[in-house]
Design a protein around this ligand. Structure first.
Ligand code: PMP
Length: 365
């Protein structure tokens, strides 16, 4: 008999919900991983069994995102935040500049780190409008000589998301996709480097995925510490030192789950369906709920909104918590409400939350 398991409606912004079937599989395999008599966490990272897990995760990533052979897929640690420093360390050069598109707090952090290493400037910023929007692609201002152009594809805190990306020509385009990687099909060929902390759509925290074009690796600065050089990971299949083995195993399993669901087209339709349930509750509320992002910049991953008064918002958040909806509070830096509807959040959770929103409005109007 299967035990009834308690699972909450988890809308956390990251770490966040993982697919239930992946958790069940990890649980079943935990004590004796594929007949080894030990858990995956206890395997040597030099063993054949682990290597299979590692390479399977790389291959799954490659297949799902249709990543050409001209790219390397790397597993690092230090979160997306370490990428904020590694990118300028490896690629900023004296006498050259890099530009950053400012669309929220994470872009600001990436920019501040880069400033420590060289000459950087804003290609555009939507800060004046309280980061409600994504700039128009044709209004980005950067130079053909720049070493790179950096953007944040989904702004976890403000709830905005790019729908299309610039064709940056010879300027390498670098994207922080921490909060929307694998949520929809993308054309990897537009990017020279994509990075993402795993803890939203990819798996547990502890792994950072980097997809890097091989020619960029060749242009990297050489006087960088070994562990902070992309080439160290590329030359050693991300096995130069001990990688976060359990996280990589989970990542591989999450990718299997995405594949079984039908890949990125299917997952993106599901994500649209989920977001629609919440945005419809906002849009039909007659300003009872006020969406933060401009409609054309809305994120399908982080849906942000406010209520008319702080008092009502407090009541809403308390009530939501009581009803078992977890993680609805906006980021501590801006407050308000935020529904993070990453890949693994089931449609039923969004349906239940949209019903809760409608019911709360009826009772409090
Ligand atoms: N970039 C984005 C878009 C994020 O959402 C986050 C984390 N929420 C980060 C970077 C920082 O990631 P990490 O905690 O993995 O360093």
């Amino acid at each position: 008999m299967k035990l009834q398991v308690h699972r909450t409606y988890n809308f956390n912004a990251g770490p966040s919900a993982l697919p239930f079937s992946v958790l069940e599989k990890a649980q079943a395999e935990l004590i004796d991983f594929r007949g080894t008599g030990m858990s995956v966490m206890e395997l040597s990272h030099r063993s054949r069994t682990y290597e299979e897990v590692h390479n399977q995760a790389i291959n799954n990533m490659k297949e799902l995102l249709s990543i050409p052979d001209t790219y390397e897929i790397l597993f690092l640690q230090g979160g997306a935040s370490l990428q904020f420093s590694m990118i300028p360390m490896n690629f900023l050069k004296s006498g050259k500049k890099a530009s950053y598109v400012m669309t929220g707090s994470w872009s600001e952090k990436a920019f501040s780190e880069a400033k420590l290493f060289g000459d950087v400037y804003h290609a555009a910023s939507t800060k004046e409008g309280n980061y409600r929007s994504i700039p128009k692609i044709d209004q980005l201002q950067y130079n053909a000589e720049d070493t790179y152009l950096h953007l944040t594809s989904n702004n976890t805190i403000y709830g905005t998301q790019w729908t299309d990306f610039p064709d940056s020509g010879d300027v390498p385009l670098i994207a922080d996709m921490s909060s929307d990687i694998l949520s929809r099909p993308i054309d990897v060929n537009k990017f020279a480097l994509i990075y993402a902390g795993a803890q939203k759509n990819l798996g547990p925290s502890g792994v950072t995925v980097v997809i890097i074009r091989k020619d960029l690796l060749e242009q990297a600065n050489t006087s960088v510490p070994t562990m902070l050089k992309y080439s160290t990971y590329a030359k050693n299949n991300s096995l130069y030192n001990t990688p976060p083995t359990f996280g990589i195993y989970m990542l591989g399993e999450v990718l299997n789950w995405v594949r079984e669901l039908g890949g990125l087209t299917a997952i993106s339709e599901r994500n649209e369906q989920k977001a629609k349930l919440i945005y419809e509750a906002i849009d039909s509320s007659n300003d009872f709920y006020i969406g933060h992002a401009d409609k054309d910049s809305r994120s399908l991953m982080n849906l942000t909104f406010n209520l008319k008064t702080e008092e009502l918002e407090k009541k809403f958040l308390e009530q939501a918590k009581k009803e078992g909806f977890v993680g609805i509070n906006g980021h501590r830096s801006i407050g308000g409400c935020r529904v993070s509807s990453y890949n693994a959040v089931p449609i039923e959770a969004c349906k239940a939350f949209s019903e809760f929103m409608i019911d709360f409005q009826t009772k409090n109007s």
